[in-house]
Design a protein around this ligand. Structure first.
Ligand code: 4NP
Length: 152
């Protein structure tokens, strides 16, 4: 299974989700590929936001080596599951989808994790470190649900 998390900038939410899921997959000996991308190109090549790096590090996860990249059409063939963080990210991806198969790969991250049909991971960019801690806990809950789903 190949999983791609998608947010707007690929510096706050999706790299944190990538780090958490990688960490938990390794702990559970599940060999899935995980990556993340942004719908915007603004932060391509940049490391995650300091607040995401600090938050992940607080829980023993190092995401400092990740680099931002923009979502590309190739991702529709390179990944089985494409998990946008919010409804805007989902709408943007659906606009890029060319086929029914492309569209079928796109699901809101929290919906896939069984946390509500329209539940969103809010954009923390203008928030403070506390918002990033909340973000961590939300993404951790989602990743725990995914691991449960894939463990049997
Ligand atoms: P992300 O957060 O989508 O979770 O990476 C954001 C990062 C950058 C911007 C917005 C959201 N920005 O406007 O530059």
């Amino acid at each position: 299974m190949r999983i791609l998390f998608v947010c707007l900038g690929n510096i706050c939410r999706s790299p944190l989700a990538e780090g958490i899921l990688r960490f938990k997959l390794a702990k559970n000996n599940i060999q899935y590929n995980v990556d993340s991308a942004g719908t915007l190109h603004w932060h391509a090549g940049n490391p995650p936001d300091d607040r995401s790096i600090k938050t992940a590090a607080h829980f023993g996860i190092d995401i400092s080596n990740l680099r931002g990249r923009q979502f590309s059409l190739n991702d529709f063939s390179d990944f089985d599951l494409i998990l946008p963080m919010d409804l805007q990210n989902k709408t943007d991806l659906l606009k890029l989808a060319r086929t029914t198969e492309d569209r079928s790969k796109i699901q809101l991250c929290l919906h896939f994790a069984g946390m509500g049909e329209r539940a969103e991971v809010p954009d923390p960019y203008y928030g403070d470190l506390k918002d990033f801690m909340d973000l961590y806990h939300l993404l951790e809950m989602a990743c725990d649900n995914m691991i449960r789903k894939w463990s049997h």
